[in-house]
Design a protein around this ligand. Structure first.
Ligand code: 2AM
Ligand code: CA
Ligand code: CA
Ligand code: CA
Length: 255
């Protein structure tokens, strides 16, 4: 493994251990952000701080974009940038105590180099990038089959299906089934492992960048809902999938 890959891998395993140790703590501080369905816990913040400490010791020049602690905006993507989602699926973390991920993406001069998505309680760790391919728990994986929407499952977020502003009901009817895991990382892992035809959600850069690098390495497609490249700048409607299903979803969304 390249040094940067094994370093990041070890930080994320250590972060996962700390989360597991504190998962059942009765006094866990849970706060709301934009509303009652938008949670952050002390472990989201502490995990991000822990990862930032490691990043700064490894590469003091690197820039950091992270969901928590006021690091959620970055305009200059020159040099090396780390994008962090310390706990992806905070609602699951609080209510289910499983089905959440730790995620990191590494960009260099605006290009995605490495992505890391770690489903902590399932002990499922995917990492990779264009130079090295994609690994699941250390085993190199093949690109998933290019299935059509009619042949697979789609992941959707619940508000998008409820509001049906982009023909999400039609997308759901066309697919073999719909899954709502409440965790972008788990959805992107499922795409990379060939368990989904597509995924549609409202995502921020830390939600899609780590898994997105793995997707693109394996020939999967992603874009915003109008088909433009995702901008790493604020929240966007995300469409991802196999090449065939991705085109079908874009066509349905924009009809
Ligand atoms: P988070 O837990 O890191 O905030 C839930 O549907 C999934 O979408 C999670 O991966 C969650 O990440 C992400 N998400 C993106 N935008 C969200 C929002 N406005 N509110 C809650 N979850 C959001
Ligand atoms: Ca959040
Ligand atoms: Ca997230
Ligand atoms: Ca998060």
């Amino acid at each position: 493994m390249q040094e940067i890959v094994s370093e990041i891998h070890s930080w994320m395993i250590a972060a996962g251990e700390k989360i597991k140790e504190n998962l059942n703590k009765e006094s866990l501080i849970v706060e709301t952000k934009s509303g009652r369905k938008d949670l952050v816990t002390e472990l989201d913040k502490a995990t991000q701080d822990f990862l930032i400490e490691k990043i700064q010791a490894f590469d003091p020049e690197a820039k950091i974009l992270g969901e928590e602690n006021g690091l959620d905006r970055l305009s200059d993507f020159s040099g090396r940038v780390f994008i962090i989602d310390p706990i992806d699926g905070t609602m699951n973390f609080v209510l289910e105590k499983e089905n959440f991920c730790i995620m990191i993406a590494v960009y260099e001069e605006g290009q995605g180099r490495f992505g890391f998505v770690y489903n902590v309680m399932k002990n499922e760790f995917l990492w990779g990038g264009p130079e090295i391919g994609v690994f699941c728990n250390g085993k190199k994986i093949d690109p998933p089959k290019d299935i059509a929407l009619e042949e697979g499952l789609i992941g959707l977020n619940a508000p998008m299906l409820m509001h049906n502003r982009h023909h999400e009901v039609e997308m759901s009817e066309r697919a073999l089934g719909v899954r709502m895991t409440g965790c972008a990382g788990i959805e992107l892992i499922a795409l990379v492992l060939g368990q989904r035809a597509g995924y549609i959600s409202n995502l921020a850069p830390w939600d899609y960048a780590p898994g997105g690098i793995l997707m693109e390495t394996l020939g999967l497609k992603m874009a915003n809902i109008t088909g433009e490249e995702l901008a790493l700048d604020g929240r966007e409607l995300f469409i991802g999938g196999t090449p065939t299903a991705f085109q079908e979803l874009l066509t349905i969304a924009n009809q």
